[in-house]
Write a new protein. Structure first.
Length: 434
């Protein structure tokens, strides 16, 4: 996580100040629940709330931790300094550090999810706008990077919209999956703390109690969460790769907005590079980098160990901050993307009708020619276009075997672009609704 690729709102979730504030709320709510159950005096629980508006001293907590070598104990010591040692003597009653750490991590991931959901929704809005804007803008579809058959730019945007819409549902499911808390004590048996404390704290913090938490919340939840972030990152890269291809000089069907005063190269003043989408490709790699460690965190020794801890201290902020930045960068690219319909038509016509070969193939088979012979007839004329720069329709009209099966009018009809776009509205209705 570096400032260059981060937005303040997401960074704030992972700040020490936010972390300690959540720790405090967990401890304070737990004291309230314990007081309700008669386990600790009501006045001690109320005393904890004296720190409600206090800014915890991060430097002081770090100073204490340098001696204790334990972050939660350092925080609890600092809290006692604020509210008084006697008032604080029942704080953390029957709890273990993981109760605080794991519940806090999940709260942070839930909050991060809300920001990421907003980012995905911005991307979806941009894709939808551009999809309808270019619903009927014809461009060549490509397979293996080679001209295939006509499609539309709107369908390209619609395809990405459908993919991101699936990601939105995945992200919401991941948020729900991670929205659990645990206040179950050492090894998770509630031996020293009533399960009703966990119920109370989770309700106050908008969480569900973890059914079986051992001493930690099971890490399959986190593995699923980071896997979803990885999938979203891959979808970002999928869109970025398409834009990067379209901006290639030989293609130039679209390009990133080039602002006044922007420079493309320190050496070549003419350059306009797809730097934002190249950056998105790299950021996607960073987010996906967290997926395997999250998967490996699932296997912990017995009721707990802390082999997962160092990993999560890194991948929690890194992945969410980076993905948040990437989503908003992508949305900005799509919103301002410059599209060149004329170049799309020019590229499609570069091989003079060649992209209509399947229509001719099918027409020949329907006219009674065997598929093998139909393929042979179409291919031999198509190769003249590839190798000699010939016009495909002209070659077909001059081929006696082809004209024996198809009239000139029938051949002419096979070059109608509208044939390839006649179901665009049907696809759009599937994606966006009627």
């Amino acid at each position: 996580m570096i400032p260059r690729y981060s937005r303040p709102e997401m960074v704030a979730i992972w700040s020490p100040e936010t972390k300690f504030r959540i720790w405090y709320e967990i401890e304070a709510h737990a004291c309230d629940a314990q007081a309700d159950l008669g386990v600790i005096p009501r006045e001690n629980a109320e005393a904890v709330w004296k720190a409600k508006d206090v800014a915890f001293d991060v430097a002081r907590i770090d100073e204490i931790e340098a001696v204790t070598k334990h972050d939660v104990i350092a925080f609890l010591t600092h809290l006692a300094e604020i509210i008084g040692a006697d008032e604080a003597r029942f704080v953390h009653q029957g709890m273990t550090s993981s109760d605080v750490l794991d519940t806090t991590l999940n709260i942070q991931l839930v909050r991060a999810s809300d920001i990421l959901i907003a980012g995905v929704e911005r991307v979806l809005a941009a894709l939808k706008t551009r999809a309808f804007e270019h619903k009927d803008t014809v461009r060549i579809g490509r397979s293996h990077g080679i001209h295939a058959e006509p499609t539309t730019m709107g369908l390209t945007f619609a395809r990405f919209y459908a993919e991101m819409d699936r990601n939105l549902r995945r992200l919401k499911a991941a948020k729900d999956e991670i929205r659990t808390g645990a206040i179950s004590g050492a090894v998770g048996t509630f031996a020293n703390i009533d399960p009703r404390v966990e119920d109370y704290v989770c309700e106050k913090l908008g969480l569900e109690p973890e059914p079986v938490s051992t001493q930690v919340i099971p890490r399959d939840r986190h593995a699923m969460y980071f896997a979803v972030l990885g999938v979203i990152a891959s979808s970002i890269e999928n869109i970025a790769i398409e834009i990067r291809h379209m901006q290639r000089t030989e293609v130039l069907e679209a390009e990133e907005f080039f602002s006044p005063g922007q420079k493309g190269s320190s050496a070549m003043p003419h350059k306009r590079n797809p730097v934002l989408t190249e950056n998105l490709t790299g950021l996607a790699r960073l987010v996906r980098m967290s997926v395997v460690p999250a998967m490996e965190n699932v296997a912990l020794w017995h009721e707990r160990d802390i082999s997962h801890s160092s990993v999560e201290r890194a991948i929690g902020p890194d992945s969410t901050v980076t993905l948040d930045f990437a989503l908003h960068r992508l949305a900005g690219v799509i919103e301002k993307l410059v599209i060149y319909p004329e170049n799309m038509l020019k590229n499609m016509n570069k091989f003079k009708g060649l992209v209509m070969s399947q229509r001719v193939l099918l027409a020949l088979t329907q006219a009674g020619v065997s598929r093998e012979d139909s393929y042979r007839l179409v291919q031999r004329n198509a190769m003249k276009v590839w190798e000699q720069g010939a016009d495909f329709k002209t070659e077909l009209l001059g081929d006696a075997e082809v004209t024996k099966a198809l009239s000139p009018a029938e051949i002419e009809e096979k070059f109608d672009l509208g044939y390839h776009t006649k179901h665009v509205d049907t696809i759009f209705a599937r994606v966006f609704g009627k």
